[in-house]
Write a protein that binds this ligand. Structure first.
Ligand SMILES: CSCCC(=O)/C(O)=C/O
Ligand SMILES: [Fe+2]
Length: 200
């Protein structure tokens, strides 16, 4: 991916470390001073991202190719607002409980915006602001949560490999194979980057 691709992705996808305040979850929760997280840092956590043409998703060849390459055969839409989402209050509460899934969570924002929070490898929260045209993949086994922002509306395309399984496993679910594999991926990367100890 070239530098210019990355720059335009950042118009619809921004990430930063969160503060520790208990204020309204829909506020940005920046640290003071702000501490942004790059898309490369996100990809080190296994979080993939694209910028796509949300006004033309029905005919978008780039989306078609991503779906073919990654096997995303299933697609539907989830609109989050009181008028469109049944059991809105309960769902909003559940989305914001820290959880993981045993499969990827793939969300493409075609309207509105929202926050997907993910834990980094030191358990710090990173807030990912997804806006119209942004698409993210959260890897299986990655603890995360979702909230609307203060605009209170998102319409997201949900993609899945085969028949969808939406089950959230609220933290702690560290014994699940998906979690173990996700953590193992970090440990292997760290071991690969460690300098060789010639005295050992
Ligand atoms: C914007 S899609 C609703 C959030 C959701 O589906 C989910 O699983 C959050 O973790
Ligand atoms: Fe989720």
């Amino acid at each position: 991916m070239g530098a210019s691709d990355k720059d335009t992705r950042e118009e619809v996808l921004q990430a930063w470390y969160m503060d520790d305040s208990d204020e309204d979850q829909r506020l940005p929760h920046h640290k003071d001073p702000k501490e942004f997280v790059s898309l490369d840092q996100l990809s080190e956590l296994g979080v993939l991202s694209w910028r796509l043409d949300a006004d033309n998703y029905e005919t978008d060849e780039e989306l078609k190719k991503i779906r073919e390459d990654r096997g995303y055969s299933y697609m539907d839409f989830c609109e989050v607002c009181p008028e469109k989402l049944p059991n809105y209050e309960e769902k909003i509460k559940n989305f914001f409980e820290e959880h993981l899934h045993t499969d990827e969570e793939i969300r493409y924002c075609v309207a509105g915006s929202g926050y997907f929070d993910v834990r980094d490898r030191n358990e710090k929260w990173i807030r990912i602001w997804l806006k119209k045209g942004g698409m993210i993949v959260l890897p299986a086994g990655c603890y995360h949560r979702f909230t609307l922002d203060t605009d209170n509306y998102i319409k997201a395309m949900r993609l899945f490999v085969g028949d969808p399984v939406w089950t959230p496993f609220n933290r702690p679910h560290d014994h699940l194979p998906a979690r173990k594999e996700y953590v193992q991926g970090f440990l292997q990367k760290e071991a690969g980057n460690r300098p060789i100890d010639a005295t050992a």
